[in-house]
Design a protein around this ligand. Structure first.
Ligand code: PGA
Length: 251
């Protein structure tokens, strides 16, 4: 079936109020003028979610968080709960990004708990998985991605409340990308795994994004691949023109 692509911007720890608002408003203006063949989402730092949700309301541009805690409230200094993101108007949250898995030593079990919390709050969880360069060199890519998928996907996941982002760790922010056959191989493997968890119809509807150095110059080729249903964009999501060019590259 035809899955509607999702182009999601992961701003990471970038953006003060003025530039974040200008970026989101720039994208929203283009979206209103000429909707691309994709759903568009920006995931700014948590500090900007409230302002952005207000600024882009009604434009069709969705706003999401970059992480959430597994608990709904409590003694977790500095953390943000999924219901808090929802309360501000967020519709999505990224969980298990490789930078969280590395910087904060998040495990599959923790990512799974976060995704469960996201679902309970009514958010779509974008669950990130992907191998390191050493794992790819050792021929372990499919094994690692499979372990992460099985360990991070919560019970209750559906094609409506979950998006998978395949992000090879070595491709993030490096300008390097896997070859197209490599991307196709991993995405097909993820869809096969999804079939076991979501059933054939659910797996067919599940959106599987590619992330890692996607930019205007390679987006068309990547987004045309079988089983690639959009992108999770880091660096290139910080410029209106680049993010827009990627959105317009969707088949
Ligand atoms: P990048 O980041 O596009 O800058 O490689 C992608 C990501 O980390 O989600």
């Amino acid at each position: 079936m035809a899955r509607r692509p999702l182009i999601a911007g992961n701003w990471k720890m970038n953006g003060l109020k003025a530039d974040g608002l200008a970026l989101a408003e720039g994208i929203a203006a283009k979206l209103k003028a000429a909707p691309p063949p994709a759903d568009l989402l920006v995931c700014p730092p948590a500090t900007l979610i409230d302002a952005l949700c207000r600024a882009v309301a009604g434009s069709g541009l969705a706003v999401g968080g970059q992480d959430c805690h597994a608990a709904n409230s409590g003694a977790h200094t500095g953390d943000i709960a999924a219901p808090m993101l929802k309360d501000l108007g967020a519709s999505h949250v990224i969980v298990g990004h490789s930078e969280r898995r590395t910087d904060h030593r998040e495990t599959n079990a923790q990512v799974q708990a976060k995704a469960t919390a996201a679902h309970a709050a009514g958010l779509v969880a974008i669950i990130c998985i992907g191998e390191t360069e050493a794992e790819r060199d050792a021929g372990r890519t499919l094994a690692v991605v499979g372990e992460q998928f099985d360990g991070s996907l919560p019970a209750g996941a559906t094609a409506d409340n979950t998006v998978i982002a395949y992000e090879p760790v070595w491709a993030i922010g490096t300008g390097r990308t896997p070859t197209t056959p490599e991307v196709v191989e991993v995405h097909a493997a993820i869809r096969a795994l999804a079939g076991k968890r979501l059933g054939a119809a659910g797996a067919d509807r599940l959106r599987i994004l590619y992330g890692g150095s996607m930019k205007p110059s390679n987006a068309k080729e990547l987004l045309a691949l079988a089983d690639v249903d959009g992108g999770l964009i880091g660096g290139a999501s910080l410029k209106v023109e680049d993010f827009w060019a990627i959105a317009q590259s969707c088949p």
